[in-house]
Design a protein around this ligand. Sequence first.
Ligand SMILES: NC(=O)c1ccc[n+]([C@@H]2O[C@H](COP(=O)([O-])OP(=O)(O)OC[C@H]3O[C@@H](n4cnc5c(N)ncnc54)[C@H](OP(=O)(O)O)[C@@H]3O)[C@@H](O)[C@H]2O)c1
Length: 267
Amino acid sequence: MKEAFAMSTTAALLTGTPLAGRVAVVSGASSGIGAATALRLAELGASVAVLARRKDRLEELTAAITAAGGTAITIAVDVTGRDAVQDAAAQVADRLGTADLVVNNAGVQLISPITDLRQDDWQRQIDLNITGVMNVIGAFLPHLTTAAEAGRPADLITTSSIAATRILEKFSVYSGTKAYISHLTRLLRVELGPKNIRVATIEPGMVDTELPSHVTDPDAGALMEGLLTEIDPLQPADVAETVAFIAASPRHVNLTEITILPTAQAV
Ligand SMILES: NC(=O)c1ccc[n+]([C@@H]2O[C@H](COP(=O)([O-])OP(=O)(O)OC[C@H]3O[C@@H](n4cnc5c(N)ncnc54)[C@H](OP(=O)(O)O)[C@@H]3O)[C@@H](O)[C@H]2O)c1
């Protein structure tokens, strides 16, 4: 896995600073897709608050952004705690202002056969991929509403997965959480689109990140690691560029559901 805390523009489609003046929040920003997204949004001009539990990783990331001339703050938070995320939203308001670009990205994938009854793994996925996502929405929706009412672009972008729609053995609970996110996006759009808040979800295929390393079932973990070496997977920067493109679109344009796959990934 190539970890990218240096400015990486290998997948760059956008140029200049189209996100200047935007205040972004990225959850799950201590590694993988979230870290690359925070870097790219900062590079394109946004001020960025980075959220995750590993404070040292976040501080490394904010230092890299600051060294490159950007603005970033670290907020170490476990997004499964509702009060803690509310506190994070207050900190963003104090230190950066009203957030208008929320990347609701933290997630965990703990695949295993359902008959193994790994209920702790089921719970962790539900707690983070569903409750954590809702905690971020609950804390930052008032920011987005304020931004939209002021005539600013306002984006709620959540990381789902192709697992939301594919039928994949051993993925049942993870896929269920991602199906929740994808359908939630469609439902939120109905309510928030008329308030000029754009709602989007990205459904990536295989991205080269830490994600498989958390799998507790050894066979499933090996399966994921093996798949990553068989094809040329997406890099976190590829997904980051997609997030940036959604956010940089004109305010009246809402790209809502985007699937992004490695070219060689068959399913
Ligand atoms: N990699 C793929 O192939 C792929 C494909 C489709 C979708 N996705 C989705 O993409 C998103 C990002 O995953 P990734 O691939 O970039 O994996 P990753 O490198 O493991 O990133 C997961 C991030 O979530 C954070 N996180 C975990 N538990 C948390 C908690 N309780 N509170 C706050 N943050 C927490 C982690 O940071 P800390 O440990 O520091 O808290 C980390 O920053 C996930 O939603 C995943 O489901 C990934």
